[in-house]
Design a binder for this molecule. Structure first.
Ligand code: HEM
Length: 450
C-alpha cells in the first residue's frame, strides 16, 4: 500500500467524504456553503455553550444573577454569551436558507427523499434548541417570550373549549404540562428547558446530523445535473474530479472561518439582551415570542387553534411530502430549473405580497374578523380568518400554476414560495408593526406606553 493511501485510510475527513469530489459540488453559487455553515454554527454553539454551563445555574433564584455575573464580572463572559446568542440566531437563519437552496435546486430527489425529511427533523431540532435556550437567562424578555411560545403549544384548548369537550380531551393543557411540569413557567419548567437545551436536543441534533451526512455520502455526494451525470456514466468525467484533500477541505474550512468571523464580529459589536429579572406578575406589553415564532404568533392572534396548530402542522406535513409528490426527472440540481421556474418564483413572490397586504390591511383597517364576527361567533373565527384565507389563496395559486404549466414541480414551487415569503412577511409585520395589546402601529416610537 502506498504511503499516501495509508495516510488517507486513517484520515477521518476521508471517512466523511469520498477521496475525490466533483468540481460541480464545489461551486460556491450552487450550495452557498449553507449546510456547512449550519454545522459550523452548531460546533460554535456547543463550544460556547459548554463554557457558559460552567457558570450558569438552572434555578429561578440564581439563573438571572449567574447570567448577570457572566455579563459584568467573569472575564470574557459577555463575549462568550454574545457569541452563543448570535450563533443561535444565525443557525436558524442558515438552516432556513439551506432548506430553500435544497428546494430551489430540486436536490431532494433520486434517493435524497429520506434525507430531505432528516433535514426537516434537523430544522425542528434547531428551533427547539433555540427556543429552550431563550428561557434560561430568566429575565422579563425570556419569561414572556417563552410564555407566548408555550401558549401556542397549548392552543388546541381553544378548540376543545369551543366544542365543550375540554373536560374529556384537553390536548393543549396536557402539552403545556409536559413542557412546564406545572401550570405556569417556574422552577420545574426552567429545569426541563435546561435539560432539553443542554443534553437531549444537542444529542439528537448530533445523531441526526450524522445520519444526514451519511445519507449524502450514500447518494454519492451532492446532487449533480444530468449533463454531468451522463458524462460520468461515459467515464469522461475523471478530469472534473479533484482530490478532497486539499480542495474540499480548504473550501469547507474557509466557510467555517467565514461564519466564525461573522459570529465573532456580531458578538464584538452587539450585546445579547438582558432585561430586568423575570416577574410573572408584570407582563411585558407587547409580549412577543422569539422572532422565528413571530409569524406563527401573528396567525395565533387571529385563531390560536388554526394559527398555532393546524396551519403549522399542515405546512410541515406538506414540506415533508414534497419529494414524494414531485417525482419529475427534469431540472434536477439546477437553480430554479429553467426560465419557467424563475417566472413562477417571481410571480409567486408578487402574488404573496399582494395577498398579505390585502388581508393584513383588511384586518387592521376594518378590525376584521374580530368585530365582524362578534363574540358569539368565536368558533367561526377559527375557520375564517386572515391565516386560513392566506393558506387557501396560496393553495389556489399553486393549483392554478400546476394547471397552467402541467407540471407538479411548478405547482410545488409556487406553494413553497408563497409559504416561504408569507412567513417572512408575517414575521416582519409582527416584529415591526405590532405594539401594546397586539395593536397595529406604524413604528415602535408611536407605541402608547402602559
Ligand atoms: C442543522 C441543520 C442542517 C445541517 C447541519 C445540514 C447539513 C448539510 C450539509 C453539510 C450538506 C451538504 C452541503 C450543502 O448543501 O451545503 C447538506 C445537504 C443536504 N441537506 Fe442539509 N443540513 C441541515 C438542515 C437541512 C434541512 C432543514 C433540509 C431540508 C428540509 C436539508 C436537506 C438536505 C438535503 C436533501 C441535502 C442534499 C443536497 C444535495 O444533494 O445537493 N438539510 N446538509
Amino acid at each position: 500500500m502506498k504511503k499516501s493511501q495509508h495516510r488517507n485510510n486513517n484520515n477521518i475527513f476521508l471517512h466523511i467524504h469520498s477521496d475525490k469530489t466533483h468540481k460541480f459540488s464545489l461551486r460556491w453559487n450552487y450550495t452557498f456553503g449553507l449546510g456547512i455553515m449550519c454545522m459550523g454554527l452548531f460546533f460554535i454553539l456547543s463550544l460556547s455553550g459548554l463554557l457558559l454551563m460552567i457558570y450558569y445555574k438552572p434555578d429561578t433564584a440564581k439563573a438571572y444573577f449567574s447570567i448577570k455575573d457572566l455579563m459584568y464580572v467573569i472575564p470574557s463572559g459577555r463575549f462568550v454569551r454574545n457569541i452563543h446568542r448570535w450563533a443561535a440566531h444565525l443557525m436558524v437563519i442558515t438552516c432556513f436558507l439551506h432548506m430553500a437552496r435544497v428546494f430551489y435546486t430540486s436536490a431532494y430527489k433520486r434517493g435524497r427523499e429520506f434525507n430531505w425529511n432528516i433535514g426537516m427533523v434537523l430544522f425542528l431540532l434547531t428551533l427547539g434548541l433555540s427556543f429552550t435556550g431563550y428561557l434560561l437567562p430568566w429575565d422579563q424578555l425570556a419569561y414572556w417570550a417563552c410564555t407566548i411560545g408555550v401558549n401556542i403549544a397549548a392552543s388546541p384548548t381553544q378548540l376543545t373549549d369551543a366544542l365543550g369537550i375540554s373536560a374529556v380531551v384537553d390536548i393543549g393543557t396536557q402539552m403545556k404540562h409536559l413542557l412546564l411540569g406545572s401550570d405556569q413557567i417556574g422552577n420545574d419548567a426552567l429545569v426541563r428547558f435546561y435539560v432539553l437545551h443542554c443534553m437531549l436536543l444537542p444529542f439528537l441534533l448530533m445523531v441526526f446530523i450524522g445520519v444526514h451526512i451519511w445519507r449524502i455520502r450514500k447518494s454519492r455526494g451532492l446532487a449533480r445535473p444530468d449533463w454531468i451525470e451522463s458524462k460520468w456514466a461515459d467515464g469522461l468525467s475523471e478530469n472534473d474530479l479533484v482530490h478532497t484533500i486539499p480542495h474540499t477541505f480548504v473550501r469547507e474550512f474557509s466557510i467555517f472561518m467565514f461564519i466564525l468571523a461573522i459570529t465573532v464580529s456580531l458578538a464584538y459589536f452587539f450585546d445579547a439582551p438582558l432585561k430586568e429579572p423575570a416577574n410573572p406578575l408584570v407582563p411585558e406589553n407587547p409580549a412577543k415570542a422569539p422572532w422565528y415564532f413571530l409569524g406563527i404568533q401573528e396567525l395565533v392572534s387571529y385563531s390560536g387553534f388554526t394559527g398555532g396548530i393546524v396551519i403549522p402542522l399542515m405546512t410541515l406535513f406538506g414540506l415533508s411530502m414534497i419529494p414524494y409528490i414531485d417525482r419529475g426527472k427534469k431540472d434536477f440540481a439546477r437553480w430554479f430549473g429553467n426560465g419557467a421556474g424563475v417566472r413562477v418564483t417571481v410571480t409567486s413572490v408578487c402574488y404573496t405580497v399582494i395577498c398579505c397586504i390585502l388581508l393584513l390591511g383588511l384586518s387592521i383597517g376594518y378590525n376584521w374578523p374580530g368585530i365582524w364576527f362578534g363574540n358569539n361567533r368565536q368558533s367561526l373565527i377559527h375557520f375564517i380568518n386572515p391565516g386560513t384565507l392566506l393558506a387557501l389563496m396560496f393553495t389556489a395559486w399553486s393549483l392554478f400554476v400546476f394547471h397552467r404549466h402541467h407540471s407538479i414541480r411548478m405547482g410545488v414551487t409556487a406553494l413553497f414560495t408563497c409559504f416561504f415569503v408569507g412567513l417572512v412577511i408575517l414575521t416582519y409585520f409582527a416584529w415591526g408593526h405590532r405594539g401594546p395589546n397586539w395593536d397595529f402601529y406604524w413604528w415602535p416610537s408611536l407605541w402608547q406606553h402602559h
